[in-house]
Design a binder for this molecule. Structure first.
Ligand SMILES: Nc1ncnc2c1ncn2[C@@H]1O[C@H](COP(=O)(O)OP(=O)(O)OP(=O)(O)O)[C@@H](O)[C@H]1O
Length: 327
């Protein structure tokens, strides 16, 4: 258990710290007590289905709308009380970035650079290099693919050297190649010490990209942690292959540390089940497998295979967002 001192040290070190954030719109609570921290150099995924409250939360993070309650701190400044200081080091792309299609990419960047003090042509060239657009930057934006427009948006957000970059659904509309490029690019930015906050409803992509994730649904954060922490915390299934199936089922059903599962009560893929035909599927209390094997053997049952199957993030997400076993 973290002590209060450890907890407060952690949130002091956080680039973005969200505490008890709430929002009521037209008498209806949209966001309930949302809390999480994003640390320096971390890629943080904000995952939830459509309508779960991601965009509303992001809007409060960057002072586009006011929270009904709670607090957002960025770089040690309170976003609601000191927005200018807090948002000085934040780049954010919510929805489609505003660009002028009849200007070139460079002219667009130049236009935005002029609105911010201390950003010269050298910095424009740097961000163009970072997003890998050197070849096309002098072409008109209307000739760009969606992926290139997004990169231009990111280049624009990077102009002021943000410590935190917030991207709302950046993979929307990208093809698999574009998604892979975005992933590599996001990792490269994080390796240089930038923190990234990325919202998405596409889990498999985020699983490959993020150091930690928060899962949000119905305006509530249901879980926060590394992908492996979340998967470990949530019971794995165990598949048992034995020589005397009926006796084994009878024995297992009498054990407190075991829950037998029937068809449709687990999310195990058919491919896994085919690998162990006639498997008995259970959940098992942590650390209980060796003792159970001994009991089976003592009962005269031969254990041919025991396989632990952990949920993927996708399965975990479905389990959490369907309201079973909120952690
Ligand atoms: N101005 C508003 N008035 C009424 N309801 C709103 C308003 N803004 C958001 N909502 C509702 O709040 C909920 C969360 O919306 P939000 O846009 O934050 O979700 P999201 O997770 O970003 O989803 P999506 O990926 O579909 O944009 C939705 O049910 C939405 O209908």
């Amino acid at each position: 258990m973290a002590t209060d001192t450890q907890r407060s040290n952690r949130s002091d070190a956080a680039v973005l710290s969200v505490e008890g954030l709430r929002k009521r719109i037209k008498g209806k609570w949209i966001i309930h007590e949302v809390s999480f921290d994003v640390r320096p150099g971390e890629i943080f995924g904000f995952l939830g289905p459509n309508g779960s409250g991601k965009t509303t939360t992001i809007r409060m993070l960057v002072d586009l709308i006011k929270p009904t309650g709670g607090k957002v701190m960025i770089g040690g400044y309170n976003v609601q009380k000191q927005p200018e200081q807090a948002l000085r080091h934040v780049g954010c792309i919510v929805e489609n970035p505003e660009v002028y299609p009849y200007l070139s990419g460079w002219e667009n960047l130049d236009h935005f650079a002029r609105m911010q003090p201390g950003i010269g042509q050298d910095r424009i060239q740097e961000v163009v290099d970072i997003v890998g657009m050197d070849q096309r930057i002098h072409d008109k934006v209307k000739t760009y693919s969606l992926g290139m427009r997004q990169r231009l948006g990111i280049a624009q957000a990077l102009l002021a050297r943000p410590k935190l970059l917030i991207l709302d659904e950046p993979t929307n509309g990208l093809d698999p190649k574009g998604i892979k490029e975005l992933r590599e690019f996001v990792r490269m930015l994080a390796s240089q010490g930038m923190s990234l906050f990325i919202s998405s409803h596409l889990l498999s992509e985020i699983q490959l990209m993020c150091d930690r994730v928060a899962i949000i649904n119905g305006g509530r954060v249901l879980a926060v942690g590394t992908v492996s922490e979340l998967i470990d915390e949530n019971a794995s299934y165990v598949l048992w292959q034995v020589d005397r199936r009926e006796q084994a089922v009878a024995l297992l059903s009498g054990l407190q540390e075991v829950t037998l599962l029937g068809q449709g009560e687990h999310g195990i893929e058919d491919a896994v089940l085919t690998a162990i035909p006639d498997a008995i599927i259970t959940t098992v209390a942590p650390g209980a497998i060796p003792g159970i094997v001994q009991k089976l053997v003592a009962g005269g049952i031969g254990v041919e295979a025991v396989q632990k199957v952990s949920p993927t993030l996708e399965e975990l997400f479905l389990k959490l967002t369907e309201g079973e076993g909120i952690v």
